[in-house]
Structures are given as C-alpha cells and as structure tokens.
Design a protein around this ligand. Sequence first.
Ligand code: ADP
Ligand code: MG
Length: 653
Amino acid sequence: MSKNKSSESVKVVVRCRPLNRREESNGPAGSIVKMDIRLGQVILRNPRATASEPQKTFTFDAVYDANSKQRDLYDESVRPLIDSVLAGFNGTIFAYGQTGTGKTYTMMGAWMDPEKRGVIPNAFDHIFTHISRSQSDRQYLVRASYLEIYLEEVRDLLDPNHGNAKALELRENPDSGVYVSDLTSCVCKSIKEIEEVMNVGNQARAVGATDMNEHSSRSHALFLITVECSQPGPDGRKHIRVGRLNLVDLAGSERQAKTGVQGERLKEAAKINLSLSALGNVISALADGRSSHVPYRDSKLTRLLQDSLGGNAKTVMVATLGPSPQHYDETLTTLRYANRAKNIQNQPRVNEDPKDALLREFQMEIARLRAQLHHRKWRSKQKKEQVDGEDWEGDGDEETDGEEEKAVEEYVKLEEQRLEREKQDIREDQFMLADEKQRLLGEKERMMGDLRKEQEATEQLTAKYKAMESKLLVGGKNIMDHTNEQQKMLEMKRHEIAEQSSSEREIQQQMLVQDEETVELRETFTSLQQEVEAKTKKLKKLYAKLQCIKAEIQDVNDEHVRSRQELEQTQNELTRELKFKYLIIENFIPPEEKNKIMSRLNFDTEEDQWKFQPLVPAESKSLQMKKRPASAVGYKRPISQLRQGCHSDGTSL
Ligand code: ADP
Ligand code: MG
C-alpha cells in the first residue's frame, strides 16, 4: 500500500485581510501587520509598545497581504495539494484564525463571483477539469460529504433532517483511519452537482446560525471529497488509488469569555475552548517532537484531523489575521500557533488498492448488471431466431449493445404482431365453440402480458445499469472541456510562475539563515578599527535578537499564566456545580437507590460518556424466558412421572 515513505512538514501560509470600514474610521493607527511577500515574512507591530521595542517577525511558506487575490493563494499554495489528492494522497487544508479575519472568505468566498471564489469552489473546478483532461483508460468516482462539529457533536449537514438528526459517531479502521459512521456521501458527476451539495450544506449551516447565537464562529465545518481513480497498471490489472481531501473552516480561535456565564453556556464555552486547545496541544506535542503521547483523543476535531496532523496526509494550514491594532493579542497568538505548526512532520503515501474502495464495488456491480442484461437479451434474441426459423449460430457476443437492443425490440414487436394475428384468427374462426374461443383468447392475452412484463423488467435493468454506469466518470469524456489550447497554456504558465515564486522564496529564506550564521567568520579585517566596528554591529544585532527572545519568553509566560488562571476559573465553576449536584444526591436520593444506579454505570471511553448498563445483560435475555418443563411436552400442563406412566398404560390413578 505504501509507496512514498518520505516525510514532509505541514505547509503554513498566512493571510491578512484588508482593514474594514469600521476599522478605518477608528483612527489613523492603521494596520499592525506588515508583510514581506518576497521573503514570506510577517512583521507585527505592537500598538502598545514603545518605539524602541523591536517588532516581531515570523517566517512562513508564503504570506498573502490585503491585496492578495483568491487565485494567487490557490495557484501557489493549494493547487499542488489538490494535484496530490488526484494522485491518491490524502490532503487537508484548514483555515485557522480569529472570527472575522477571513477563514470563510478564504475557504468558500463568494462562489458566484469568479474573482472571489475561495479554495473549495476552485478545488471543484480543478478536480473535474483534471478528470476531463485525463486519459480515457481511467475511471473516476467522486464523492462529497459535509459535516460540522458543534459543541463536540458531529452533525451531518447533508441530512435533510439536519436540525433534529442525532449526533454521529467516530470510528476507526486501519485502512482509511478515523471516519464518521453513517455520514451522507453524495456521488457527484459534475461541478454543478458538487456545487449543489455545497449549497445544501451551507444552507443547513445558515439555518443553525439563526437559531443559535454566533453559530458559525462556534462550529467547525468540514467538506470532504473522495476521489477514487482506477487505471490499468503494468500488470494489466486495474489498480485503484484513493485520494481524500478535507477542507476545513474552523471555529473562531478567540477565547470565549467565560466570566459570569453558568450552566449550559459555561459548558458550551468550555467545549469550544476545549476543542481548539486540544488542537493546540496536538500541534505542540507534534512540533515538539519529544512527547511520546499526542492527545488526539481529547476532542472530536483532533480525532478527525488525526491523519492530517502527523499522519498519512499532506496538509496546508492557512492562518488568517486581521490588521486592526485592537486585536494585537489574538493576532500574535495566531502567528505563534502557525509558527509552531510548521514543525509538524507528516508521512503522506499513495493509498493504493484499499479494501474499502467503492469504485471496485461499483465496477463489480456494473459487470454483474451487464452480464444479467446480456443474458436476458440473448434469451430474447434466441427466441426471435426460433420464431424466424433461423439457426442461432452463437455469434451474439460480437454484436454491440445497440444492435442487441434493436434485435430485442424487433423480437418483441414481432411477437406482439404474431399474438395479435393469432387472436384475430381465433375470433374469426366460425367453427370454434364460444368457450374454447374464450379460453384460447385468454391464453394469448396472458402470453402478451408475460411478454410485456419481461420487456419492462429488461427496461428496468437497463435503466439501473445505465444509472450505475453514469456514476463513474471516464477520463477525457463525460464532461465537456470548453477551454481551448490558449487557455490551457495560460493555466500552465500561471502554474509555473507560482512554482517559481515559491522556490525563489525558499532560496531567499535559506540565504537569510546562512547570512546570519556565517557572515562574520569569513570576514577578514584590514584594521583593528574595522574589526571593532564590524563586531560591534554584529553584537548589536545579536543583542536585539536576545531582547526579542527575552520578550518572547515573557510573552509566552504571561500567556501561560493567563490560560492557567482561566483553567482554574473553569475548574472552580465546575467544582461548584459538582458540589451542587452532590448536595442533591446526598440529601434527596435514598442511598440504596444511589448504589443501584452507581453499580449500573459504566464509562464509555470511545464516546467520553457514562452509560447505563442494561438491567438484563443481553446474553442472558434468552435464559430469562422460562423453559417449558420436560414433563410438559405433549401435555397441557406439567404432570408427575407416575401420572405419565398411567397415561401411557391407559390406567387411571
Ligand atoms: P471568518 O470566517 O474568519 O469569521 P469571514 O470570512 O466571514 O471571517 O470574513 C469577514 C469579513 O471580511 C467578510 O465580510 C469578508 O468578505 C471580509 N474579508 C475577509 N477576508 C477578506 C479578503 N482577503 N479580502 C476582502 N475581504 C475579506
Ligand atoms: Mg466564518
């Protein structure tokens, strides 16, 4: 199954949205985020700092400033990932950042406007265009699912009953990793169909938003696309590669205010913080590289992204920033988060011939239907030839489907005509008795009915076969490719430019690192004065760096203290609630009832919940039903052996 064992790091890009009208009117402070696109750096200015305090600089795989276009981000940072998915890798793109910084804009965008289409609609175009341009010996099956995680519950956004549907469970299997059981999965044959799936899901999400306060900033949305491709290998057999793509729009990363909230609201806030802090812990544990335990199981989100973080997947993280001075702290946290994620190593590999490939099942089902249909048609054809008085020479296999169908239609028509003629003859026969006439006519009528039923069954089978076959997309067919050669060239050039600029950035970044490390070692000094000057300069540089790192340590410590305080606060509130419940239990529930309940409770680690064991264990259920006493067999009620003996002797007691 594995092909490419090499590991690669998570690709992290940062995007900053423009100042909005309200922020612009807030004053002249302007943006606190500056970007060096050529170097891939973000420079963050602390609006509260003194002029002497150095600015914070972070380096990423790519950065996109307020003027960046959706297309730029897609071509440079997403396109290579989708290409990998089409080649059979798992791929994940997730947008992370504070609410209102452009996560949804980046992932979804305004899909009606070609300029503003986000990653998801652009990926649709990309996938289906790729299929339409691939070779005709390839068959594809594309499926889409859409889910959200709200309050630690996984909900299917494509379920028509979304609002009332029960939460779905996560399962794991060695072939495809962690998955959601019973999740709706729609086979999509075109861009239009997959867009429809997206719209249905978006609408379900929007309904949730009006019901619940700030729903979208409190839920994670995952759009999943599975692309299966079957292609003949060098061994002549068809091989299937499966690429799974996760497109994730996370909940807003800001801390939910917890002060003063109680009950359900407290639990809600705690759960949202929990899943994002679980994500943070997973990223830290992976980036650190030393921790042996990665806490994937701490939240649904981290379990679903298990393969994407440190596993079998290629991953791109888009961290989104707002430029406003008001949100300096959040922006800095996002950048730190993103910076840590760069160190995560994944081990992507091509998923070849997995056991659960649906495409194989489809191919087998199509072959089965085809054989059935063929058999039916062959039978009809044989009958026709008997009617025609021709000898069947067994050359049916060489005929095409179209010819066969025509032959069958002809046979049915001829048969009908023949039966009609015979009926006419019977009616006109003057020597036949009325009863006999009726009987023969009835018989012919029944034969006609059988013929029609047979034809209907064949038609149904044909329709089923065609519907099944149409689900598979054949390379170079099915979808009209309207682009001309010129456009294709343009796309290719754009692709090349994107690749070039990203490799240029990589070289620049490497040069910068080398510069810092080696420059002073090679320098030879002509005079002592020059040496002093050069070394002073270097010292100043290093001193500034030291200050930066010191400030960073201070910051991280402060943040640590803050989050600890928050955790303590949550703990206090939860303890208070626990005490309250204890009070009720101790004072109002009889101890024997309490003991009974406690002996029946069991903790389900998979679902993270206490569960009641059934009163009667499932296996002993059958034992509960009293067996009929052996002495009662054959008698109305049990009787003694003595009496049984009397019965058989015919004597009475
Ligand atoms: P989030 O999903 O992170 O909460 P949104 O994507 O809803 O944020 O963005 C908030 C607002 O900012 C929206 O009105 C969106 O159109 C706008 N916006 C975000 N990013 C950009 C961008 N790069 N260019 C222009 N407008 C943007
Ligand atoms: Mg959003």
